[in-house]
Design a protein around this ligand. Structure first.
Ligand SMILES: *Cc1c(COP(=O)(O)O)cnc(C)c1O
Length: 242
């Protein structure tokens, strides 16, 4: 077993707990989603040996390759990056969760595939709280209308909202992105369709997960703080970047 992964994991978990204590939250209310993008399947196997069995990947083809290489392990895969309609068919074969839903076209394409296969999928709606051009996600003001259209897609199980905070050294601006996501969630919980579950807030990465937990994250997506630094900054790996 990888000592490095185990040690990093222990540190991340204790920081999540400390952030929960500061915010008066139950540490059991935060799910740690380890992000394994760019890591080879052998590293993911080490992570599994360290006790992890849910992994987040931002590119569907890379994720599918790993899911096949690790088909012998009972692993739950979550796709956390933007998806093109023509790649929907790859996702539904292995993923149990999709955290970057931001268009009705993709919702429709997913729903059609899932219905045909008799499957369902947990989804989070991605919101571009920082309004940076480089980021995917719905503009905050479009989320309510988008949510109203989702019940038509009965194979999609709505679980909440997802965001990437602004890239900034300024914690106040980062925190504001998380607060904005929570404010949208509160509106959905009040006015939304009672059959939809908007309780999930997927927010926070290696650099800002403690702030996210203080601001009510229920899922934090953490890669580098567990597996070590990647060679390029995060935006390099996002679909459509480069
Ligand atoms: C890569 C990635 C993360 C994790 O980033 P780290 O810096 O490795 O913690 C979280 N969310 C998304 C959407 C990502 O692409």
């Amino acid at each position: 077993m990888s000592v490095e992964i185990a040690e990093n994991l222990a540190r991340v978990r204790s920081r999540i707990e400390a952030a929960c204590v500061r915010a008066g939250r139950d540490p059991g209310s935060v799910r740690l989603l380890p992000v394994t993008k760019t890591l080879p399947p052998e590293r993911v196997r080490e992570a599994y040996a360290a006790g992890l069995d849910c992994f987040g990947e931002n590119k569907v083809q890379e994720a599918r390759g790993k899911s096949e290489a690790l088909a012998d392990l009972p692993v739950r895969w979550s796709v956390i990056g933007h998806l093109q309609t023509n790649k929907v068919k790859y996702l539904t074969r292995f993923a149990k969760e999709f955290q970057a839903l931001d268009s009705l076209r993709v919702a429709e394409a997913l729903d059609r595939r899932l219905q045909a296969a008799g499957q369902s999928l947990d989804v989070f709606v991605q919101v571009n709280t920082s309004r940076e051009e480089s980021k995917f996600g719905l503009p905050p003001e479009e989320v309510i209308a988008f949510a109203k259209a989702l019940p038509a897609f009965t194979a999609l199980r709505v679980r909440g909202l997802m965001t990437l905070a602004i890239f900034s050294e300024d914690d106040i601006r980062v925190r504001q992105c998380f607060r904005d996501l929570r404010a949208i969630q509160q509106r959905l919980l009040q006015d939304g369709d009672a059959a939809q579950d908007w309780h999930g807030l997927s927010m926070g990465m290696s650099g800002d997960y403690e702030i996210a937990v203080e601001e009510s994250a229920t899922v934090v997506r953490v890669g580098q703080a567990i597996f070590g630094p990647r060679p390029f900054p995060n935006a390099y790996y996002w679909p459509g970047a480069q």
